[in-house]
Design a protein around this ligand. Structure first.
Ligand SMILES: CO[C@H](O)CCc1ccc(O)cc1
Length: 114
């Protein structure tokens, strides 16, 4: 029936937008702290402080496994990466600044895609 086809088409186009957005985030020069999960065995205190770890490779796996239902659920995980970064790093630090730069870049990307 047309209605069901219409909903699935929107989901597909939203997921296509998520793939483009994630590729642009991964290609950014300041993406390096966020490309893979933080190794909490090496970074003391991380597991205790950060309740919901998230990174771009995990987002990529979830996207490939169809675990995002909309652009909004995808955005929730991207913003979680930056919120975790702010919680664990000083603003005036290399990784803290990278997180702020990446969040600003993501917000600008979303403006373009709307
Ligand atoms: C996204 O990166 C995480 O916030 C960990 C940051 C970090 C890594 C190594 C350190 O020595 C200190 C902080």
């Amino acid at each position: 029936c047309y209605k069901i086809a219409q909903i699935s088409k929107d989901d597909n186009s939203q997921l296509a937008v998520c793939r483009v957005l994630l590729a642009e985030l991964e290609a950014h020069k300041d993406a390096w702290p966020f490309l893979t999960p933080v190794n909490h065995k090496v970074i003391l205190g991380y597991r205790k402080v950060i309740k919901r770890p998230m990174d771009f490779s995990t987002i990529r796996r979830k996207l490939n496994n169809n675990l995002y239902f909309s652009l909004e659920t995808f955005m929730g995980d991207v913003n979680l990466v930056f919120d975790n970064c702010e919680k664990f790093n000083e603003d005036d630090s290399e990784i803290g600044r990278a997180g702020h730069n990446m969040r600003k870049f993501f917000d600008e990307l979303l403006q373009l895609k709307k």
